[in-house]
Design a protein around this ligand. Structure first.
Ligand SMILES: [Zn+2]
Length: 138
């Protein structure tokens, strides 16, 4: 278990959490010292796209940290109860203002040191006059 975890208190009762292996489990978890609730931490899905227009890939220049000013593909955290493709298209619209058609899976990248899985779709940009959102410089 990561020593960098930000989990400190139980979201059910507010008591302190301790790190231990619950009965019947094989890994250390955050367990409430009062009510016993187990708080699981799992990898985050980052969803995004490779937007293509006339054989070129549309990139975004980040207006937020981390990596302010760096170029990247439009992507972000998948929301709860949101599909991976829906999240990727939402992030593409939010960050690049771009809408895509002919969308299909492109690649999956495991980033275990950051406990993340990046899932990318590729598609054709249908609105080349798109404008970037507030998280994007250009
Ligand atoms: Zn509790």
């Amino acid at each position: 278990m990561s020593e960098e975890s930000e989990l400190k208190f139980c979201s059910a009762c507010g008591a302190l959490l301790e790190i231990k292996i619950p009965e019947g489990d094989t890994r250390e978890r955050h367990v409430c010292t009062k009510c016993g609730q187990i708080h699981y931490e799992n990898p985050h899905n980052i969803v995004g796209t490779v937007p293509v227009y006339n054989g070129k890939v549309l990139l975004c220049r980040r207006a937020i940290d981390p990596c302010f000013g760096k170029w990247n593909l439009p992507a972000g955290h998948q929301e709860m109860k949101e599909g991976t493709m829906a999240g990727a298209l939402r992030e593409t619209k939010e960050e690049a203002g771009a809408e895509l058609k002919n969308v299909c899976p492109f690649m999956l990248l495991d980033v275990p040191f950051a406990s993340g899985t990046h899932i990318y779709f590729i598609g054709d940009v249908v609105n080349p006059d798109c404008k970037p959102g507030p998280e994007t410089l250009a």
